[in-house]
Design a protein around this ligand. Sequence first.
Ligand code: SER
Length: 873
Amino acid sequence: MKSAEIREAFLSFFEEKGHTRVASSSLIPGNDPTLLFTNAGMNQFKDCFLGLEKRAYTRATTSQKCVRAGGKHNDLENVGYTARHHTFFEMLGNFSFGDYFKRDAIHYAWEFLTGDKWLKLPKDKLWVTVYASDDEAYDIWTQEVGIPHERMVRIGDNKGAPYASDNFWAMGDTGPCGPCTEIFFDHGADIWGGPPGSPEEDGDRYIEIWNNVFMQFNRTADGVMHPLPAPSVDTGMGLERISAVLQHVHSNYEIDLFQSLLKASAEAIGCANDDAPSLKVVADHIRSCSFLIADGVLPSNEGRGYVLRRIIRRACRHGNKLGAKGSFFHKIVAALVAEMGEAFPELKQQQAHIERVLKTEEEQFAKTLEQGLRILEQDLAGLSGSVIPGDVVFKLYDTYGFPMDLTGDIARERGLTLDEAGFEQEMDKQRELSRASSAFGMDYNALVKVDADTDFTGYVCTHGEGKVVALFKDGQAVEQLGEGEEGVLVLDRTPFYAESGGQVGDCGFVAAQGLRFDVRDTTKAGGAFLHHGVVDHGTLRVGAAVTAQVDATVRQATALNHSATHLLHAALRQVLGDHVQQKGSLVDSQRLRFDFSHFEAIKPEQLKALEDIVNAEIRKNSEVETEETDIDTAKAKGAMALFGEKYGDQVRVLTMGGDFSVELCGGTHVSRTGDIGLFKITSEGGVAAGVRRIEAVSGAAALAYLNGAEEQLKEAAGLVKGSRDNLLDKLSALLDRNRQLEKELEQLKAKAASAAGDDLASSAVDVKGVKVLAARLDLDGDALLALVDQLKNKLGRAVILLGGALEGKVTLVAGVTQDLTGQLKAGDLMKQAAAAVGGKGGGRPDMARGGGTDAAALDQALALAVPFVEQGL
Ligand code: SER
């Protein structure tokens, strides 16, 4: 069976069992700051397990894109060296949210793996593990399914702490978790390895293919396990591993999909398509890198972008080891698109973008690699012992962009190890900084979580009645908030828009008789809207009836900018092309900022075309329409989905100007495009490789911007004593005059230098028939150079050294006439003279330049000319 057929069989099997087929979510976890990348099928359902989110179904099945290259689940180091680890893989999963539990989960797994209608795996090749104390699961397997005891293994807390076990699964250090039962396939005695729980379990003989997690707890940061509202099921089966089993091969790299990636990698590198671990690394890494880029990540020096950069660089290094000349990695994208583009259309759509991002990164890395390797070789040459010190690892990381795993790879090749503790110490400072600026690794439970859904009324009004359903202070639920206290307020119904999709949260106030709570920002947690603010006066209590008033002026200005952003997005695709994808957006009441994929600066005429198109749409004054529909219908309409957003089953489609702009968007917008009034771009620039940023203003702010420009024009006109009408004439006359004055000045300088030259020539001394002239003239380098030329002509057989000091900087020029350059070289004289003033210099035998910073030593430097000639002749 091909991988694609297995994927389809799995999803159909669970559909038959009443599961809803749900699309893979993005690799960037939607609205979840605690996770670096999507690392399991359950991520998108996390809030369903916790009981914070209700969906229309209680059973789901997915084939989920996963990346495990950072954070709690990190397989990066193993990739290439085992038969089964990957940075990117597809996880097939079935999920129950308080519906079925252990019994059904186990029976489903068994039926799919061994049933005649399904995968038909030989039962005697399957082994099963359970959490040591999970007798219930053990009994189901042995008594109901009929697994013999000798192929059942109980695994306890084998990782050094309570619940730290191969059979207790947790997404992160906090959040939903529970015991699990895993199914292993025995690849046969000719492969090295032992059954799970044995000392040889890390071998490639017994491979875990399916993990059924019984989600029972929510772990908080203090380590306490709180039972979940309803026990649930989260299963995961790696598509690549099960493909290997069904295709009768022993390594994931031998399955259909990887065979063509390995072939393409070997071709791109120009090496043999053999069993080299490095080739596997490259074939593996092209998947994680391409999928991450397709989901909006770009290489950078922090967070997700840094992990991507590390993976790309690791791939480059392994390619180089195999003899790659020049950049090769981006050339493999086409083969990946051919293999996976059908199942994941985002790959196909973004192929050109992915290739360019990779190529740019490869080229940049080639430069640092060469430099870094040189440094490393130097350090290794002086190394005593077999440990590379932490400060060397850190220097390579910090200065040359060598990730620790890359240095680790090089160390491993030479039988060396790294001083990781030393490296960590050096990293601590950096960590402090990144901790301050990044939320990854934060406690999932420290986020305010509310088991309530707020009804949002703000699409149609900015004012409304509501009831306080929860209050929080410092993340803890409280019954009341007193005067002056800061906190978070949740209402059953609110007109306040909560930050999402790039649009900032609303501000305003919530009030009742004798009470006012100023709302500074609004955010979302699950289905609840959190109003962040401070009690101005009175006491706010849970249960109180209040009125909520959004600051309507701010909201309207924000709406203008948000609608203008949609028009800009559509115009960008018209003017620049379909490769334009939104990479980020920020919309507030002052301005809009839009980041998108595009590889070069936007030309002035393109910027003008963008403004013209957007303003033409504004003048059409068409109605802005919204429609609630399911995601597939929305996509069929051509609606653009946005990066980093989590979409539910029902989505809101926003249409402007007929089909001019169709986007999925939950934001608040104008009623008609004419409300935007005016659109003006204020800046354009690059933010990362392949990403441009446009900032713009709309409405009153656009007018104010233009008025400001007009004021500047007037001021400029005042400075040249003109008016707006004749400003350009005045300016060009001024520039002409300036040019003329510069020319005159040049002529005067030349005259002065020539006169000085005459004087100087007479002060040359004779050394063995050579005229030697050393003099101080505080002129700039060019003037000195011209003078040296002139003096050479005047003096005939001569050596000249001129020096000047201007603003503490010493400039030196040395000249030797052509007939003497066989014996005396200007460059040599310059080296000595420049060193005397604390600097450097050099040049041709007949003319050299240099300089330094020690002006007080200039005379000493000049005095070197005579002895130089005396010794040289
Ligand atoms: N969450 C479990 C895993 O990742 C099962 O899906 O293994």
